[in-house]
Each structure stands twice: as C-alpha cells, then as structure tokens.
Design a protein around this ligand. Structure first.
Ligand SMILES: *Cc1c(COP(=O)(O)O)cnc(C)c1O
Length: 397
C-alpha cells in the first residue's frame, strides 16, 4: 500500500493566523527589479498605496497612514511609545497573549500601567468596564486588541470609542489580526492609532508595519514634549516622509522596503476591487462555516459565541487528544494550522483571512476530521464537513 509520502503533492494550504497564502499577483510584484526609492515610479506607487490605505479603514485625508519596514510588533511599540512621556499612564485591555504583550513591551519603559482582563479566557472585556476605568485613571492612552490571535476573541471597539472620542486619552487599537478582514471604520469607531502587519489579512509577505493616525493623534504628537519613543520608531519623522511621498517629493529617513510596498499596492488594489463590505461578509460567512464544522464534531470553541473573531478560530480539544499531535498530523496532510498560545489549555488555532475561500474551509475541516480519527477521537466522517457545508450553502457559496 502507498504511504502518505508517496501520494501527497506538496502544495500547501496555509491556515495559520499569518503569514497566509498570498495571491500570485501580489507575489509577482516582489520580483520587480531596478526600483529605487526616489524614482518617479516608486514615488507614485507609494503615494497610491497611502491613499488606498485610507480607504481600507474608511477615513479621509485628515488621517495619516505610515508604512515602515518591520513586523507588527514594531508597529505595536511605535503606537504606544510615541504617545507617552516618562511616568505616563497606560490602560491595557487584554483578551489574551497579544493584549498582554503591550504590558510586556511597556515594562521596558518608565511608565505606569494598569491591566484590564475579562472574567474568563474566551470572553472580551466589557465596554462599560473600559469606560469606567478610563474615567477614573487619567490615562494618556488605552490599548485595545481588536482580535486577540491567541484566543480568537473579537473586542468590540465602537462602544468604547464613541464614549471616549471627546476625551484626551489616545485610543490605540492592535488591528494586526483584523485590518482587511474584520469591519473596522477608524473614524466611526473613535480609534486614534490603528496598526497592523502586512502578512495577515492584508495579504502581503511579512516585513511591513502599518500605522494609521487620527487628527487627535497627530495633534498629540505635536504637543507631546519628550516621548519615550526610540529613534527609528519616531512617528513624527515618518509622518513627514509619508507626506513628502504624497506630494511626490521623496525625502529620506530610512530606506523604504520598496519591493514590499509595490506588493502592498497591488494587494490593496485587489482588496478594494472586491470591496470592503463584501470582504467583511466573506470573512463572516467563512468563519461561521468553520465554527459550525467544529461544533458538528462536538468540539468546543475557546471564544464565546458573542465574541468570536472572523479572521481566526481557536478550538479546544478533549484531554485525550494532544493538540500538538493533531496540529502536526494536519500539517503533514498539507494544511498548515497552528498550536495554541495560552498555557494550560489544550487547543489549536486556524486562521481564515485574506485570500481564503469556501474550498479552503472544506479542505481544512476534512483534514482535521482525518487527523482526529487517526488520534482515536470518536466521530463520524463527514459530520464536520456537513456542518461547514450547511453554512456555505445557506449563503449561496
Ligand atoms: C501577529 C500579531 C502581532 C505581532 O505581529 P508580528 O508581525 O508577528 O510582529 C501583534 N498582534 C496581533 C493581534 C497579532 O495577531
């Protein structure tokens, strides 16, 4: 009998929460040759990129996008350090590993932090609790994680943003696992600083940190005396570079990642061609199909139903099934899924964002079924697939 290695074809389906499968049209842009950062060709490409970045989060010219070479974590650090002075005050709202990372990174600086967590893992922090804490704490900034990739929890932002919009506090939102997949309307949501990394729902290989700044954030940058922000992360410097590019007059601070920027321009073009509302709907339907598939296999989801993200799902396993064995087995079948990030919980994570389609969901659920069966989990072949199919069919996919 043939062994698996004999009959598999190595085309991989990447269902981890970033990097994702990239559109070949985006990847081809990376192969551009002879592009320098002051050429007219690059300048116009960069200017178009910045203009499209505003559309993706539904804002106009009074908001400033910034593109820097680096990963999402760089964007994260730049997004807080620019708005704090020594002894400044931050409120960190955390639904998991990535929310906690704000506290970890800020512990490197001389600032005061308070941490707000939900009652249990898998829930989100109640908006009223955030507003209440904000009214008492006199914070310079509040951090929210739109989707915590460790738990698959979606934090509702608009309720908080609307309440705090007219306060001085800067609302910083980690949108690394959300921008381009989850609905995020920066102005309506009352967000002052939003950031992401290129490799998640925006569908560009890793290497770009993207940050959007509201008029309130821009004003704060002008008025802050001496922020704790290190040299390369100084947003005021980058803002003037971005503005020069938009005026078609390139100036230099650090060499832009030219190949990645033209790939981002292509990806944004494809995203806007699909249309943001359609894109949000696609992520909603596909995530619902995946969740329904898992529920049909009698598996429990880590995130509460009312706080479930549309870009990633975290799935719990019974103690008898080792999550790392399951993840390894599914990966050996050519479907890349991720292990859990929260200690002491037996679970795995599946990303469904960016280029993901209905076929990817069905294939992923099917591979999980085969792996579970092999690991001795009692289930009937096809139950999970049927659960996913039901939702896909309901939405006419
Ligand atoms: C991936 C991720 C990050 C970190 O981004 P890197 O590009 O890995 O540095 C931060 N926050 C969230 C919510 C993420 O999903």
């Amino acid at each position: 009998m043939a062994k698996r290695g004999d009959i598999m074809y190595e085309r991989r389906l990447v269902m981890v929460p970033g990097p994702i499968n990239f559109d070949p049209r985006v990847l081809r842009e990376l192969a551009v040759e002879g592009l320098d950062h002051t050429s007219a060709e690059f300048v116009s490409s960069f200017a178009e990129t910045l203009s499209m970045l505003r559309k993706v989060v539904h804002v106009g010219g009074e908001y400033q996008p910034v593109v820097i070479a680096g990963s999402g974590t760089l964007a994260m650090e730049a997004s807080v350090t620019n708005f704090l002075e020594r002894g400044g005050r931050a409120l960190i709202v955390s639904n998991g590993y990535f929310g906690d990372r704000f506290a970890e990174l800020l512990s490197n600086y001389d600032v005061h932090m308070d941490l707000l967590r939900p009652d249990k893992i898998g829930s989100q922090v109640n908006a009223s609790k955030v507003v209440e804490a904000a009214s008492k704490g006199n914070y310079d900034l509040i951090t929210l994680t739109h989707v915590d990739t460790s738990t698959g929890v979606l934090q509702s932002i608009r309720e908080i943003g609307k309440e705090l919009m007219n306060e001085e506090t800067i609302i910083v939102v980690d949108g690394v696992c959300s921008v381009g997949g989850e609905e995020i309307k920066m102005a309506e949501d009352g967000i002052d600083v939003l950031f992401t990394g290129s490799q998640k729902a925006l569908g560009v290989p890793p290497g770009l940190a993207l940050i959007w700044l509201s008029p309130k954030a821009l004003q704060k940058l002008r008025s802050i005396k001496r922020s704790i922000s290190p040299y390369y992360m100084n947003l005021s410097r980058w803002i003037s570079i971005m503005r020069s590019y938009e005026e078609k007059k390139p100036t230099y601070f650090g060499t832009p990642a030219v190949n990645l920027v033209v790939a981002l321009r292509k990806s944004l073009e494809l995203i806007l061609e699909e249309g943001m509302e359609k894109r949000y709907l696609r992520h909603k339907v596909l995530s619902e199909a995946f969740r329904n598939g898992m529920k049909a296999l009698n598996l429990q989801l880590l995130a509460d139903e009312s706080s479930a993200a549309h870009t990633i799902t975290a799935v719990k396993l019974p103690d008898a099934i080792s999550s790392s064995s399951l993840v390894d087995l599914v990966r050996s079948m050519g479907v890349l899924i991720a292990k859990g990030l929260i200690k002491d919980i037996n679970y795995f994570r599946v990303g469904h964002m960016g280029t993901v389609n209905a076929n990817d969901i069905v294939a992923t659920v099917a591979a999980i079924e085969r792996a579970l069966t092999k690991l001795g989990y009692k289930m009937r072949f096809g139950d999970g697939v049927a659960g996913a199919q039901e939702i896909l069919h309901r939405y006419g996919l």
